[in-house]
Design a protein around this ligand. Structure first.
Ligand code: NAD
Ligand code: 89V
Length: 356
């Protein structure tokens, strides 16, 4: 259904594909969003499909997405599968004219991602990447504080995620890929850097693996030069044993021409400006279905999905549209390229095929 026919509806009927580890958060959030109703579920794994159907009281269940699109009249689909299936499912949704949300990482390659954006554009259907970290309440509070101009013009930033939380027990596939932290987690942190400081033009990165039991890298240090003139450091690690485990907190430092901002541990936001120093509490709200330590992420799921419904109603492009996410994915690619070749990467290099 096109952007204009989706405007100003009372209720939006959706389906969710992929009833795995993370999808429960999507389903809880959909239940809390007044104008959204999930009417069908799909998962290739029957046991997971039926478990989700029972838990969320959804009766129309499919093991085959193509059959679901043929049988259901949907306003939108929420694809919560892992990356290998994203392109085929997004293109299938576009071929049925269904507005689409796709989990991160949007695609394995920039070429796939561009093809998915084109498919939705040609079908005239909205496409949003479920890039939720920038929708965390504390990150939104940082964005609003910078926007207010209190610390003047930012010139330096650091966006940092350091943890030793065991992500592998919930998401065992994360231990198996050639790529790990940049593709899975760094993608969020790079997206936050874009959200706060704008697009980057140059990336210099190094990565390493500390945990010998996994295949991919679990530490990355990335320097970004932004079009705005800000230089930022994005650093992430799943090998950092702190006395106080902070998962899934992202810590932020920004220096501006008139002051400084620090998003510190436990969501304490310090703003130092000419008027003085204040600490704001940016602790995410906790709803009954949320559980520690995931509340900040779960809250961001509710926020991004609410934003999707607002965008369908108003006809606006979502903040993390497919088109927008191409630039976050380009930062992921540039990070791997820089780390592999031991050099800085100009983002323009990724705009054309490498052999041209
Ligand atoms: P998962 O493996 O637990 O679940 C994926 C489900 O999709 C499985 O049940 C599988 O059977 C199903 N599936 C796969 N291909 C399918 C297809 N073609 N048709 C129907 N069903 C299919 O994975 P997960 O841990 O829930 O992760 C899903 C996605 O969510 C990943 O892309 C991951 O990166 C992302 N994720 C995001 C966050 C976040 O905070 N943004 C957190 C965790 C996971
Ligand atoms: O956001 C994610 O994709 C997750 C986690 C936060 C655990 O890294 O994999």
């Amino acid at each position: 259904m096109s952007v204009s026919t989706l405007r100003d509806r009372e209720t939006y009927h959706g389906a969710l594909i992929g009833c795995g580890f993370f999808a429960r958060n999507h389903l809880h959030a959909w239940r809390d969003i007044e104008r959204a109703k999930i009417v069908a579920l799909c998962d290739a794994d029957e046991a997971r499909l039926h478990a989700a159907g029972r838990e969320f009281g959804i009766e129309r269940l499919y093991t085959d997405a193509a059959e679901m699109f043929r049988e259901e009249r949907l306003d939108f689909v929420d694809i919560a599968t892992t990356v290998a299936s994203h392109r085929a499912l997004v293109e299938l949704a576009a071929s049925h004219g269904v507005a689409t949300i796709c989990q991160k990482p949007f695609a394995r390659t920039l070429d796939d991602a561009r093809a998915m954006v084109s498919a939705c554009k040609e079908a005239n259907v909205p496409l949003m990447v479920h890039e939720n970290f920038r929708w965390q309440s504390a990150i939104q509070a940082v964005g609003a504080a910078l926007e207010s101009g209190l610390i003047g013009t930012p010139f330096w930033g650091r966006v940092s995620f350091r943890s030793a939380f065991d992500v592998f027990s919930g998401q065992p596939y994360l231990a198996e890929g050639e790529r790990f932290i940049v593709e899975d987690l760094g993608i969020h942190i790079l997206d936050i850097a874009r959200f706060l400081f704008g697009d980057a033009t140059r990336v210099t990165a190094s990565t390493s693996r500390v945990n010998a039991a996994i295949k991919g890298e679990d530490v990355a240090t990335i320097m970004l030069c932004h079009e705005s003139g800000v230089n930022s450091i994005v650093d992430c690690s799943y090998a950092t044993r702190l006395p106080h485990e902070l998962f899934p907190q992202t810590l932020i430092e920004v220096d501006g021409s008139a002051g400084t901002l620090r998003l510190m541990a436990d969501y304490q936001l310090q703003i130092h400006a000419a008027t003085g120093t204040e600490i704001r509490d940016a602790t995410p709200p906790a709803l009954s279905w949320m559980s520690s330590p995931w509340q900040a992420i779960q809250g961001s799921v509710l926020n991004i999905q609410s934003h999707w419904i607002d965008c369908l109603r108003s006809g606006r492009e979502p903040a993390t549209s497919g088109r927008d996410n191409l630039r976050t994915l380009a930062l992921v690619e540039a990070t791997y390229l820089s780390a592999r070749e031991g050099r800085s990467v100009d983002l323009r290099e990724l705009e054309r095929p490498r052999n041209e």
